[in-house]
Design a protein around this ligand. Structure first.
Ligand code: ADP
Length: 212
């Protein structure tokens, strides 16, 4: 797909055509307080790129080949709650050994940790490898001791956009984000209601690429 970076004026022209089609070049120029000849280069770029169609003596129509803005609007409109997976959760008191077994059984790379149902931490594969190399007693030490803990946990809310989620994954160099909901409005206690992983994000990329 060819991606075209449109100017602000070209974006405005598209909006005008979308709302008034068919519309003549003269009428578009009037709405923008510009002359027809000033608009000519913009209109030819928009028709040559297939975004607008010009029919003689009728006017301009919006065809809607994807522009950069179209794709980014599409991505921003997808919410975390639309694509989240089921969270994989253990209580803090679970032994590291049991957490390792659970990680294999559930086939995940990280587990969210709760204390009486409230999010308190995350453990990942690397946390476990580090602990094993350090010779810790895996049967005795609970995961609460080795996890990354609140308030350092990066999370998203169900109504956040997937773009926000993807940016957090990249910025913090992590594989997954817990999706949380506040228990009440007054404090920072969260219940884990889902999980966003790099796989969820990659699936969106594939669907957009295949035009699903
Ligand atoms: P891996 O260990 O397989 O590379 P990650 O890159 O996700 O997995 O984890 C790297 C580190 O970041 C680990 O110490 C882990 O505890 C921590 N971590 C993972 N997810 C989060 C998160 N959502 N918020 C804060 N820290 C996290």
């Amino acid at each position: 797909m060819m991606v075209i970076q449109l100017s602000e004026r070209q974006e405005k022209i598209i909006e005008i055509v979308k709302g008034n089609q068919p519309i003549t070049g003269e009428e578009i120029a009037n709405q923008l307080n510009l002359t027809r000849s000033t608009l000519r280069p913009d209109l030819s770029i928009l028709t040559m790129s297939g975004i607008l169609d010009a029919r003689p003596r009728v006017g301009y129509f919006f065809i809607g080949k994807p522009s950069l803005n179209y794709i980014s609007d599409e991505i921003k409109s997808i919410l975390v709650e639309d694509i989240k997976s089921i969270p994989v959760i253990l209580e803090e008191s679970t032994s590291i050994y049991d957490a390792i077994v659970f990680m294999f059984l559930e086939d995940v790379g990280s587990i969210y940790i709760t204390n009486n149902g409230i999010l308190s931490g995350v453990i990942s594969r690397k946390d476990i490898i580090r602990t094993v190399m350090g010779g810790t007693d895996l049967y005795k030490v609970p995961i609460g001791v080795i996890m990354t803990r609140m308030p350092n946990i990066i999370y998203v809310k169900p109504k956040d956009s997937v773009l926000t989620a993807a940016m957090k994954l990249i910025e913090h160099e992590i594989d997954s984000l817990p999706v949380v909901e506040g228990i009440d409005n007054s404090n920072k206690d969260y219940r884990v209601v889902g999980r966003i992983t790099k796989t969820n994000i990659t699936r969106i990329f594939v669907e957009l690429g295949n035009n699903i």
